[in-house]
Every structure is written in structure tokens, then in C-alpha cells.
Design a protein around this ligand. Structure first.
Ligand code: CA
Length: 609
């Protein structure tokens, strides 16, 4: 008895501490599956599978004996349960594995497109639906403090689910959530960009099942869901980093080297090797080490995490963080694979550059990148944001104000597809549309800006809280940009989720946006129509453009000055097919037979059916 006991004590039982992915699906186009097992000395195990259909393609043992990669060939494999058999000396372990059946129509799921308006939510800061999950014992950051802009505030998935009616009433058609995967970091974990487990929703937001149900509920209300993902880096507490499979899973694995953030090095024809390496292989910050996507095992691991979430939770799109900071070819291969599995699924990359040439370089099929191809369908129109910041503030003349929009959009020949640009005034990293409390009083600017955003080309994104005039400037720090939505927490003084809880001013902006958003829903002219615009007469300062599809059109007229204007209509007859039109903001008929009188900063949206 004693000998037997000692013998068991000396032989470590085979332990699987991590199995990524925990299950997969039969019937995927890509029939290769990488299964990563993590456990003490697991690489010393021999591996076999109990399935007759699933074959082992390759077993990979890495520098670190705590990892074992099994590449399986799923060609022809039906949905089934089988066992991964591990044997190390006399020790044996069976690990159950499942290939699930895919949901009908999984490949054909609709992605987001220019018919949609995305509403961006930072889950920790929107609403706290379940105070019981605010602090999870054993997790590194284990407190909430709403007075600290850098601490967790307790918002969660239930808080979002509880307010889907609000979003439906507002009229957005998609929600984009900042990252929801586990961030078990000592501090700053609220924003979600330091992932410590790619296959686990952060338990302070809820469970994986909660996330899946949220997606289902959003779909039932006619809203799509876009998931934020980060392939460039992970959190420094991720096991993949703290006990890395091999040194070549990370760039600069021995020592923190910070990126220069100069991702122009991706396309600069004069780039030096030193600069390119520093920008792309340097770490984003010290708590976010940089993945080496040139390592095929890393690329496979990351790609599978995205396919897993698409298939498991039913999401419609991905927003890829710091897209240009990662390896060009690795990211291009990832985009291609996702598109092959899900042809209509959309990915938007965070392409943060100041000029349109840089943005255009990153778009799928761009001649600027040829012979390379990013395969990235949607890119972010940051230069339009910088243009709009001035356009709606300034008095319009030869160079300034709305003239900027005409000049910028006139350069759209640079894009493969201008309709696949995410257009926005703000997000979690920028100043809000309203930078100061004082600026929230300028409703003319708000009305013009959002009429433009929702009718120009591209896919609009609205940052949570703009509809109720939440204001913040980047100089106040990122926490200020990510303030709590009023009413999301029990005991909040105001509940802006209901009309009764909003101030008169908040209802004014909410109702205006709501009207535009509901009008835009299902509007094919805006989603798919052509764009034609007119040179801004510097003396009148009026910007006029048309969206047109077949025999339907919409004409938008913006007075970019603080003066009343009388606009002769003769120059614009080619977009005015009738002598009257329905104006949709105030729902009235506008006569177009002679000159048009415009109030200071007036905006008209004229519909011709
Ligand atoms: Ca909570």
C-alpha cells in the first residue's frame, strides 16, 4: 500500500490546464484544426485520437514542454464526440473533444455594411446589470471604484442586454462592443485591450453563454453585433506570455521594446529596416507584448479564436484593433480565411492615419498596395474625422468650413470602395463629438454634423452617449472619454435611458438622431446609392450633394454659414428632378421652383421618390 502511494506521488498525473479551442465544428471550409494543450510536461505525451474520421496531421512539440499542438485533419468528418488519448509512460488520460454541427446558414450570415449604423459601447461604462459580478474573487483587479476613471466601474453584458430596447428605439442597427474577452490584469483592465484568455469572456462582464445570448437578443431586435479583437498583442498576464510556448511566439520576447507607433512604415517606399522592425515588432505598451504573426502556430491560434467566436456566438463583424501594427501578410491571410468561411462577414481594421492615401492602402484590392493585398474590406476614415472636426466649426469660405468636405470627398478615387469606410466623429480613443459642456449648446453644429454623417458614403458609427450630449476632451484623459452612461447604475441621479430621465436638451438631440436613424433604416438610396456633389460657392458657403439609386434620390443641403442665404437653384437642376420635395427632418414639403431661402446653419434632407 505504502509503495503504491509513493509511486503515485512521484508520477505526476497528466494534467490539461488549457485546451484551445475547447470544441470546434464539422463542415468548415478549412479542414485543418490546431488544438493547443497546456499542462505540466504535456509535450512528453504520445497522442492518438479515438475518431475514425479525424486524423492527426502533425504533432508539434515546442521549446516549452508544457505545450503540445495537435494539428487535425477534419476532411469529411461529421459532427461527433471523440477522445484525444494522451499517454506518458504508464500514465494515460482521455480528453473529450467535440465537433459540433454548424447552425444552418452560418456561412451566409450577414455582415455589417453601409445600410447599418454602428453604436459603440464600452461594456464597463454603459450599464451595470449585475452587481454580483463586479468583483470576482481571485482575479487580479478586484474592486470597483466609479470615482476612479482608470478603475473598473462594474458595467457588464447584462447591462447592455437590459438596454437593447433603448438602442432599438434610438434606431441603430448594429452594436460594436469594446473587447469582452478576459483581461485578468492588475490594473486598467476595464478597457479590455489586454487579453489574458482569448476564449473566455471576462467574468466581470458575464459568461460566454451570456455573450452568445446577448448576440441572439440583438439579432431578434434587428441589430447586428460587432466584436472587438486584438491580434497584435495580448495582456502580459496571458499564460501564452508568462509561460510562452516558445520564444518566437513574441517579438522582443526577452525584453520590452516599445513600438514607435509609426505604422507608416508599412507602406513607406523609403522605409528603413530598423524603423519597420521597431514599429511593427515593438510592444504597444509594457503590459501588452507583441505577438509574432510570422510564426505559423501563432497565426493559426489567433485566426481560430476569431472563427470560434463567429461560429459560437453568431457575431456579424469584427473590429480589429491596431491592425497596421501587426504583420501585413499574417493579417491579410487572416482576413482572407474569414472571408472564405463567411463571404458577407465584415471586418473593419483600426487604420489610424491622418491622410486618405494611408487609409486607402489598407483597403482590400487597393492598387496602392499591389501586388500585396490586405484583404481587409472595411477601413476607418480617420482623415474624415479630422476634416469634419473643422468643417462644422468654421464659417465656410474658399478653403474652410464645408469646403473641406467637398475637397476631401473629391479624392475618393483613391479608395477601392468608399462605401466600406467606417465614418465617425468619435470613439473610445478620441475626444467626444462634444468636447466641452459649453459645446453641447451648439445644436446647429450637432444637427448638421449628424445629418451629414448619416447621409454621406460609408458606414456610420456613433459613440455611446453622444445622443445625450455626453462631452469630453482627450486632454482630460481616456477615462473621461469613457464616462458612465447616466442611469446605467442603480441609484444614478438621472436615468437617460428613458425620455422622462433625460433633460429637455438631451431629448432634443436624442429625438433628432432617432428621427434620422429610423429614416435611414432600410433606406437603399443611402446604403447603396451613388454620390454627386457640387462645388461650394465661397460667397454662399452652401454644400449640396445627392445620393441616388435608380429613380429615387435624396438631396442634402447644408448652409455652412451663420447667415441667412438665398440660394438660386439653377446650378443644381441636375439633382432636382421635381419642383417640390419632401423634407424629412421636419416632414414638410419644400418648393424648389425658385430660389431657396436657408436659415443660418440650416440643413435640409430632401427626398425624391
Ligand atoms: Ca457588474
Amino acid at each position: 500500500m505504502l509503495l503504491a502511494f509513493i509511486s503515485i506521488g512521484l508520477t505526476h498525473a497528466i494534467e490539461v490546464r488549457k485546451l484551445d479551442p475547447a470544441f470546434w465544428w464539422a463542415g468548415m471550409k478549412n479542414t485543418e484544426l490546431q488544438v493547443l494543450l497546456y499542462g505540466d510536461q504535456i509535450a512528453r505525451c504520445e497522442v492518438s485520437l479515438s475518431s475514425k474520421e479525424v486524423r492527426i496531421k502533425e504533432i508539434v512539440r515546442l521549446e516549452n514542454p508544457n505545450y503540445l499542438l495537435i494539428y487535425m485533419d477534419l476532411t469529411g468528418a461529421k459532427p461527433q464526440s471523440f477522445e484525444i488519448l494522451l499517454q506518458r509512460g504508464k500514465e494515460k488520460k482521455t480528453v473529450p473533444y467535440e465537433l459540433k454541427a454548424r447552425k444552418a446558414g452560418s456561412s451566409e450570415r450577414p455582415g455589417f455594411n453601409a445600410g447599418d449604423v454602428l453604436y459603440l459601447i464600452m461594456p464597463d461604462r454603459f450599464a451595470n446589470g449585475d452587481p454580483n459580478n463586479d468583483v470576482i474573487p481571485g482575479m487580479r483587479e478586484n474592486k470597483v471604484d466609479r470615482s476612479d476613471p482608470f478603475a473598473r466601474h462594474g458595467g457588464d453584458l447584462k447591462g447592455i442586454a437590459d438596454h437593447l430596447d433603448y438602442l432599438q428605439d434610438l434606431g441603430v442597427t448594429a452594436i460594436w462592443l469594446n473587447p469582452t474577452q478576459e483581461n485578468d490584469m492588475a490594473s486598467g483592465s476595464y478597457h479590455g485591450y489586454a487579453i489574458t484568455d482569448y476564449y473566455q469572456v471576462d467574468r466581470r462582464f458575464g459568461s460566454n453563454e451570456d455573450f452568445r445570448q446577448l448576440v441572439d437578443q440583438a439579432h431578434q431586435k434587428g441589430m447586428k453585433v460587432v466584436m472587438d479583437m486584438i491580434f497584435n498583442h495580448c495582456g502580459s498576464e496571458n499564460t501564452l506570455f508568462t509561460d510562452m510556448p516558445s520564444r518566437d511566439w513574441f517579438n522582443f520576447p526577452e525584453k520590452y521594446v516599445q513600438t514607435s507607433y509609426k505604422t507608416a512604415t508599412q507602406y513607406d517606399p523609403y522605409v528603413s529596416a530598423y524603423d519597420k522592425k521597431k514599429a511593427l515588432d515593438g510592444w504597444f505598451v509594457e503590459s501588452m507584448p507583441d505577438f509574432n504573426q510570422r510564426n505559423r502556430h501563432v497565426a493559426r491560434y489567433l485566426t481560430q479564436t476569431s472563427i470560434w467566436w463567429i461560429e459560437y456566438a453568431g457575431i456579424n463583424g469584427i473590429r480589429q484593433d491596431t491592425h497596421p501594427f501587426a504583420d501585413f501578410d499574417g493579417m491579410a491571410a487572416w482576413c482572407r480565411e474569414v472571408t472564405e468561411e463567411y463571404p458577407d462577414f465584415n471586418i473593419v481594421g483600426e487604420t489610424w492615419y491622418k491622410n486618405n492615401a494611408a487609409i486607402a492602402f489598407w483597403q482590400k484590392d487597393s492598387k496602392l498596395a499591389a501586388p500585396r493585398n490586405s484583404n481587409l474590406r472595411c477601413v476607418m476614415d480617420f482623415p474624415l474625422l479630422f476634416t469634419m472636426e473643422k468643417a462644422f466649426e468654421e464659417e465656410t469660405d474658399w478653403d474652410n468650413g464645408l469646403t473641406r468636405l467637398h475637397e476631401y470627398l473629391g479624392q475618393d478615387f483613391i479608395y477601392t470602395n468608399p462605401q466600406e469606410l467606417l465614418v465617425f466623429f468619435d470613439n473610445h480613443d478620441t475626444s467626444r463629438f462634444f468636447k466641452t459642456k459649453e459645446s453641447t449648446k451648439n445644436t446647429d453644429r450637432f444637427r448638421q454634423a449628424f445629418a451629414f454623417l448619416l447621409t454621406t458614403r460609408g458606414i456610420p458609427e456613433i459613440y455611446y452617449g453622444t445622443e445625450i450630449r455626453m462631452a469630453a476632451d482627450k486632454s482630460e484623459g481616456d477615462g473621461a472619454l469613457r464616462a458612465d452612461f447616466p442611469g446605467g447604475w442603480n441609484g444614478d441621479a438621472r436615468n437617460a435611458f428613458s425620455a422622462a430621465g433625460r433633460t429637455k436638451e438631451q431629448n432634443e438631440t436624442y429625438d433628432y438622431l432617432r428621427r434620422l436613424l429610423h429614416w435611414r433604416q432600410g433606406n437603399e438610396v443611402i446604403a447603396k446609392g451613388s454620390l454627386k456633389h457640387f462645388v461650394v460657392d465661397p460667397l454662399k458657403g452652401i454644400y449640396i450633394y445627392e445620393r441616388k439609386l435608380n429613380n429615387k434620390s435624396v438631396v442634402i443641403i447644408l448652409n455652412g454659414t451663420s447667415k441667412e442665404q438665398v440660394l438660386p437653384l439653377e446650378p443644381y437642376r441636375e439633382v432636382l428632378p421635381k419642383t417640390e420635395a419632401k423634407e424629412i427632418i421636419v416632414n414638410r414639403t419644400v418648393s424648389l421652383s425658385s430660389a431657396l431661402e436657408l436659415q443660418p446653419r440650416e440643413v435640409l434632407i430632401l427626398e425624391f421618390n
